[in-house]
Ligand binder design. Structure first.
Ligand code: G1P
Length: 300
């Protein structure tokens, strides 16, 4: 049966983009890491594409001082547009104007760097009392069905208090992520019974790591307001989710289908560039021809 209008959930998407990008310094000294290009497109544009392809049209950017260029990328640029139109560069004009019309954007500044949980809490007033998605810009996920949409499908089918993207990681990576405990409900969906931020391998409850896609119930904000500072002296989203589970609410994990890159890391950033370049026929042909040669002779 087709959903009635009252069944349709109008999600808002939140992109916390206030981090300093320390793993990519010095590239991120003056340029927000979210604007570094993956091939020819700023990394954050891939997230906006994923959000829009998932059916969400309202996006909140959580930014910080020095990150104004992120908002500029999604705003109109009248001088540049007039120049491109005057030169009849219509394909470029389309690329420049497209992001402006894709969604409704709201920017909120995080005054102090108090962690991911605090950044998400900054969106509370804009999100209001509706479910919302959180997408971390370091995590790019290329998937046939957008990863966020996969999580929204689980949320809409099972009505939990939250759905988190999960991926199995090796021993050496466990301490970089939020790690969950739980049991599988089907091939892809896990009921989460516990979650801990960046545990040691000895303390980790599993190898299932949270990747930067969340679909959350607005109650999450209440927990974010109450929890004390956690790992690194920061307000952790993971701790608020742990509270949610402790109070008996259902939190699910979704082993999403797709390929994920950590673009906040130099190697992950390089890999993402190669992965997305290989999707352009012309670049793919050139890379196939030149990469083997470079790999054999890495120095001048
Ligand atoms: C954040 C979250 C962590 C999650 C990770 C996914 O950590 O705190 O729980 O597993 O993103 O990329 P960060 O990478 O910001 O340190």
């Amino acid at each position: 049966m087709a959903p009635s209008m009252s069944d349709v959930i109008h999600f808002t998407a939140v992109i916390p983009a206030a981090g300093i990008g320390s793993r990519l310094l010095p590239a991120t000294k003056a340029i927000p890491k979210e604007l570094l290009p993956i091939v020819d497109t700023p990394a954050i544009q891939y997230l906006v594409d994923e959000i829009v392809a998932s059916g969400i049209s309202r996006i909140v950017f959580i930014t910080a001082k020095g990150k104004e260029a992120i908002i500029d990328h999604f705003d109109s640029a009248p001088d540049l547009e007039a120049l491109l139109a005057g030169r009849n560069k219509l394909d470029l004009l389309e690329k420049v104007t497209a992001p402006t019309h894709m969604a409704e954007y709201v920017a909120v500044r995080q005054e102090r760097p108090l962690g991911l949980g605090h950044a998400v809490l900054m969106a509370k007033k804009v999100v209001g009392d509706t479910p919302f998605a959180v997408l971390l810009p370091d995590d790019l996920i290329d998937a046939k069905r957008p990863a966020l949409r996969q999580l929204m499908d689980v949320y809409e089918a099972r009505h939990p208090h939250g759905v988190l993207a999960l991926m199995e990681v090796p021993d050496e990576d466990v301490s970089k992520y939020g790690i969950v405990a739980g049991h599988m409900l089907d091939d892809r969906v896990m009921e989460i019974t516990g979650i801990v931020e960046k545990p040691s391998i000895e303390a980790a409850p599993s190898h299932f790591a949270v990747i930067g896609r969340y679909v959350l119930h607005p109650d999450t904000f209440l927990h974010l307001e109450r929890i004390p500072r956690g790992a690194g002296g920061e307000i952790q989203l993971t701790d608020a989710l742990a509270e949610l589970v402790r109070t008996g609410k259902t939190l699910l994990g979704c082993l999403f289908e797709g390929r994920r890159h950590d673009t906040g890391d130099v190697f992950g950033y390089l890999e993402a560039n190669i992965h997305y370049a290989m999707k352009h026929p012309d670049l793919a042909r050139k890379l196939r021809a030149s990469l083997p040669e470079w790999l054999e002779e890495p120095t001048l």
